[in-house]
Every structure is written in structure tokens, then in C-alpha cells.
Design a protein around this ligand. Structure first.
Ligand code: 3PG
Length: 219
């Protein structure tokens, strides 16, 4: 568990340091349009979470990254769901400040590294963790976290593989996030629960800000 002064430092410096230290909960966002991405990013920041993993899962995703980067400069926007080298390249051109992949191949890892941006390669097994460490990556996305062993997995790898730090994502909720955040090898958690589809559809930005504020207070 972090001390209060470490927590204050982490929140006061969202533009520096590692991706895992930007926010305690990284909002995983799917945007149907660039304008929607901008509105969601603003709502999250208003609640105290000035970072977004914008997933490249919709035709508008890169436009949304571009729009957030230029219109919401107080938010650190990253691109998630990077599944191929080309997406890494496109994401950096759109203005992404960090990259996240759900799994890792060597070409994908090399492409993300070539962008010069910080990145979180996805891992789900001890061997994948070891491969990522071997490639020089110590900050990793643990995905899909709940389906791959959850907090028990992370507790088990902490002793044999102490160099690895994780952002668990996939099945994290307001109910289980604190348990993950209490682990020494967890820097932050990621999740889509902050941006419920019905709230986005209704443009209920205050609800998203409230969910963000609850998440921001978790650590
Ligand atoms: C991701 O892309 O990281 C996950 O799909 C988010 O998982 P969640 O929807 O279970 O939070």
C-alpha cells in the first residue's frame, strides 16, 4: 500500500513517470465517435481521473485519440487494444501518449517500443511475464485478469518475479478493485466500469464523473 505522500505525488504529476503511476484506475474507453471520446475524457477528468486508455475497437477510435489529445490536454490519452504493429504506428501519429496491448508477440512489442512511447504489453501467464521481462519490459498489463487467476495469480508471482509490475484489466469492478490495488506488484487497475454504455448513450456525464471520483479515491 502506498503512503499518503506517495499518493499525493502520483496524482500531482500525471504527465510524468510510468503509465502505472498516472492514476489508480485507468478508464478503458470505447468511443463510437470522436466527440463522444472527448465528452467522456472530460467527465473522467472532472471526477479526478486525468488519463484514458482509448481502445482501438471502433472506426472512430483514432479520431477520438486525436480529438482528446488536442481538445482535452489535461488528460493523458493512451491507445489500447493494440493488436498489430501498424496500430502502434497509427496511434502514435494520432497523438497517443502511451500504448496498451491485450497480449504480446515479439513483433508487436518491438513496434510499440519503436514508437518511443511508454507501453504496457499484455501478459496472462508466468512464461509471458518472463518473456516480457527478458525484452526489457517491467510494466505489464495483466489481461484478462479475473479469468487468468486474478489477485491469487498476482500474489503468487510477486515472490518469484518481483521485477514485474502490473495493470490488471478484464473483470475489474468497483467491488474488487481495492483488493487488486492493495497488492505490492499492482501499480493501477484498468476497467470499463467507469463508462457504462447506458450512461454514455444518455450523455449522463455527471454519472461518469461520480464513478471516476469513487475510483480515484480507491488508493
Ligand atoms: C480491456 O480492454 O482492457 C478490457 O476489455 C476491459 O475489461 P472490462 O470491460 O472487464 O473492464
Amino acid at each position: 500500500m502506498s503512503s499518503t505522500s506517495e499518493t499525493v505525488t502520483r496524482r500531482a504529476t500525471p504527465r510524468t513517470g510510468s503509465v502505472l503511476d498516472l492514476v489508480p484506475v485507468m478508464p478503458v474507453v470505447v468511443a463510437a465517435t470522436a466527440a463522444e471520446g472527448v465528452a467522456v475524457a472530460r467527465a473522467l477528468a472532472a471526477g479526478g481521473l486525468p488519463a484514458v486508455e482509448l481502445t482501438l475497437r471502433t472506426p472512430a477510435a483514432l479520431d477520438a485519440v486525436r480529438a482528446i489529445a488536442s481538445e482535452v490536454p489535461e488528460v493523458v490519452v493512451g491507445a489500447g487494444t493494440i493488436v498489430g504493429p501498424r496500430q502502434a504506428e497509427l496511434a502514435v501519429r494520432a497523438g497517443a501518449r502511451f500504448l496498451v496491448s491485450p497480449g504480446t508477440t515479439r513483433p508487436l512489442l518491438d513496434a510499440m517500443r519503436d514508437t518511443g512511447l511508454p507501453f504496457l504489453p499484455g501478459v496472462a501467464t508466468v512464461s509471458e511475464v518472463l518473456s516480457a521481462l527478458d525484452a526489457g519490459c517491467t510494466e505489464l498489463k495483466f489481461f484478462p485478469a479475473e479469468a487468468s487467476g486474478g489477485t491469487a495469480f498476482l500474489r503468487s508471482v510477486a515472490a518469484p518475479v518481483p521485477a514485474a509490475r502490473f495493470c490488471p484489466t478484464g473483470g475489474i469492478t468497483a467491488a474488487n478493485a481495492a483488493a487488486y490495488l492493495s497488492l505490492p506488484n499492482v501499480g493501477c487497475v484498468g476497467g470499463s466500469w467507469l463508462t457504462p454504455a447506458d450512461a454514455v448513450a444518455a450523455e449522463d456525464w455527471p454519472r461518469i464523473s461520480r464513478l471516476a471520483a469513487e475510483a480515484a479515491a480507491l488508493r
